[in-house]
Design a protein. Structure first.
Length: 256
C-alpha cells in the first residue's frame, strides 16, 4: 500500500516502520504523506489502541530529508512544510485517543527526535544516538521539539535546543526521555500488548490530562515555530548550512 512505510497489523496494535534505510529513514515528502495517511487511518479505527513507530535498518529517522541545495533564500517555504506536513503528523500522535510507543534503533536526528518525543513511551538500544542538528544548517529546532523537550526535560535540554549537539541513549534515559533496552521493538510490542489489555479508557483520559497539563499551548507554539522557521529559511545561513552539509564541509555562517 505504501512505498516508504511498512504497516504491521497485530490486532489492536499497529507497527509503523519507516522504510527508507538507504536514507536513514529521512522524512521526505512522500514518506511524510504516507505516515500521515496511515496515522489518520489508525486513529479513526475504533479497534486500534496502540501504535508503535520504528525505523528499518540502522536508524530510527534522520529527520528532514536534505538532498538538494536551495537556489536562493526563500526557495523552500519551511513555514508551509511545517504547517502542512510535519505539524499534522505531530498532532496525530500527540493528540490521539490512542497511545504511541517509539522503538528507537540507531540514530534519531532533527525531526526524528520530535517524532520519538511526541510518543507516549520510548524504548531505545544502548547504541542509539540523538543528534540535534538543526543549527548546523542555520535553523532552529522544529516539529514541536523545543516545547516538548523543555517541558519534559527542563534545563538539561536548553543547551541542545539553543546550539544543538548530540547525546547518547544513556543520557536520554537520564533525562527521562527513553528507556534503554536490548531489543527496543520487542520491548515495545510486549508493552503495547500490556497496554491494549489494560484499562485503556483510563489510559486515554490520563493522556488527555497530561496534554492539558504540559501541552495545552502546543497549537499556538506551532504557529510561532512555523513562522520563525520560515524566516530562517529565507537566510543566507540556511543556504550555506545545507550546501556545507551536502558538500561534507564546515559551514561558513555570516549570521543572517
Amino acid at each position: 500500500m505504501y512505498r516508504y512505510l511498512v504497516i504491521d497489523e497485530r490486532d489492536s496494535v499497529t507497527i509503523f516502520t519507516l522504510n527508507r534505510p538507504e536514507r536513514l529513514n529521512a522524512l521526505g515528502p512522500e514518506l511524510r504523506a504516507e505516515l500521515l495517511d496511515a496515522l489518520r487511518r489508525f486513529n479513526n479505527d475504533p479497534k486500534k489502541r496502540v501504535g508503535i513507530i520504528t525505523g528499518s535498518g540502522k536508524a530510527f529517522s534522520a529527520g528532514a530529508d536534505i538532498s538538494t541545495k536551495p537556489s536562493e533564500p526563500g526557495a523552500v517555504n519551511l513555514e508551509d512544510e511545517l504547517r502542512n506536513s510535519f505539524h499534522l503528523i505531530l498532532r496525530e500522535i500527540r493528540f490521539s485517543d490512542k497511545l504511541f510507543i517509539a522503538a528507537i534503533n540507531g540514530v534519531a536526528a532533527g525531526a526524528g527526535i520530535s517524532l520519538a518525543v511526541a510518543c507516549d513511551f520510548a524504548f531505545a538500544s544502548k547504541s542509539s544516538r540523538f543528534v540535534m542538528a538543526f543549527q548546523n544548517i542555520g535553523l532552529a529546532p522544529d516539529t514541536g521539539l523545543t516545547l516538548m523537550m523543555a517541558r519534559l526535560v527542563g534545563a538539561k535540554a536548553l543547551r541542545y535546543l539553543l546550539v544543538g549537539g548530540e547525546f547518547t541513549a544513556e543520557e536520554a534515559e537520564s533525562m527521562g526521555l527513553i528507556k534503554v533496552v536490548d531489543d527496543p521493538l520487542g520491548e515495545a510490542i510486549k508493552f503495547a500488548n500490556e497496554i491494549a489489555q489494560g484499562p485503556f479508557r483510563a489510559y486515554v483520559h490520563s493522556k488527555k490530562l497530561i496534554n492539558e497539563a504540559l501541552f495545552k499551548d502546543l497549537e499556538q507554539f506551532l504557529v510561532t515555530e512555523a513562522r520563525l522557521q520560515g524566516e530562517l529559511g529565507n537566510t543566507h545561513d540556511f543556504i550555506e548550512g545545507v550546501s556545507a552539509f551536502l558538500e561534507k564541509r564546515r559551514p561558513r555562517f555570516v549570521g543572517y
